[in-house]
Write a protein that binds this ligand. Sequence first.
Ligand code: 13P
Ligand code: 13P
Ligand code: MG
Ligand code: MG
Length: 365
Amino acid sequence: MADKITFSIIKADIGSLCGHHVVHPDLIEVARRKLKEAKDGNKIVDFYVTNCGDDLELIITHRKGEDSEEVHSLAWDTFCEATKKSKELKLYGAGQDLLADTFSGNVKGMGPGVAELEFEERPSDPVIAIMMDKTEPGAFNLPLFRVFADPFCTAGLIIDKSLHSGFIFEVMDVKEHRLVRLNTPEEMYDLLALIGTPGRYVIKKIVRKDGLPAAACSTSRLSLIAGKYVGKDDPCAVVRAQSGLPAVGEVLEGFAFPHIVAGWMRGSHHGPMMPVSVKNAKCTRFDGPPRVIALGFQLANGRLIGPADLFDDPAFDTVRLKAAEIADYMRRHGPFEPSRLGPEELEYTTLPEVLSKLEERFEKL
Ligand code: 13P
Ligand code: 13P
Ligand code: MG
Ligand code: MG
């Protein structure tokens, strides 16, 4: 529908400065130039380019709807052009997330992560782009459950009648490629039975009971596309706030606990999620610990006003300190589970090669 706005975050890791650390500024420049051309040509309404660690994040508003071939193709071309620069600079993992040679209509399944939400812009519409590095899409399950279904996080679920009837969660089974819709609060236990396994069941979308679109997450699992470990599908999400939705502070409150996620070093370890400002979205220690950033925008007829760097606040210092303590604790387990991921998750990494070498040395008992 022409009058609706679509808020898209399309991201890819196409190489970074010094291992898997940060996106080089030259790649951000390439992306800005490409998206500015598209904006000047009225193909998109507005854009903002940023990075969460080594992931290049294209935030785009447009009126072409979700899964628009034109917008996805713009993002794909942008990543391809930035990859040229990345190769020229011999950045690490240049072109890592571009799993196909040519664009085939939609970037989903081709490597990049996508979170898109189409909606009618409200008189004032705060939208938050939340982006993570060194983890997988299921890392959003716990915080988004808390934001949209846990009254101990979101006071509005109890005291605001427009939220009181609850939300519908669309959950994707990324292994079987199927989807289920569950209503909260009624089916909260069923929902938790699924999303408590974040490597398989991933929140894809959240809508208010009356159909108002509230949030969308990226769900791609690169290893399931590529059949091997090629980076950890670092996810992103679009979350709308206020006026009948959780307040911005209620959304952020969902991230005030450094929960344990899969990812970190070689995508093969459990570690705490640390909420940080954009400038601190730099995974250093053991390539981590995993980070999450949140950029808040106001929409003005699709124009992106802002952003506000929402975790750039001393109120989150204790969360960060706790995450650093948990990182210490987890690291002391070295190569032992549950610090290292279990065998099912490591199936796509380089571990099976190591194990297969030992196969012939086993004696039958
Ligand atoms: P390489 O050093 O072989 O790339 O493996 C480590 C790593 O960072 C995996 O992405
Ligand atoms: P990314 O998924 O962020 O590229 O990290 C890969 C990795 O192996 C880190 O150790
Ligand atoms: Mg990387
Ligand atoms: Mg990354």
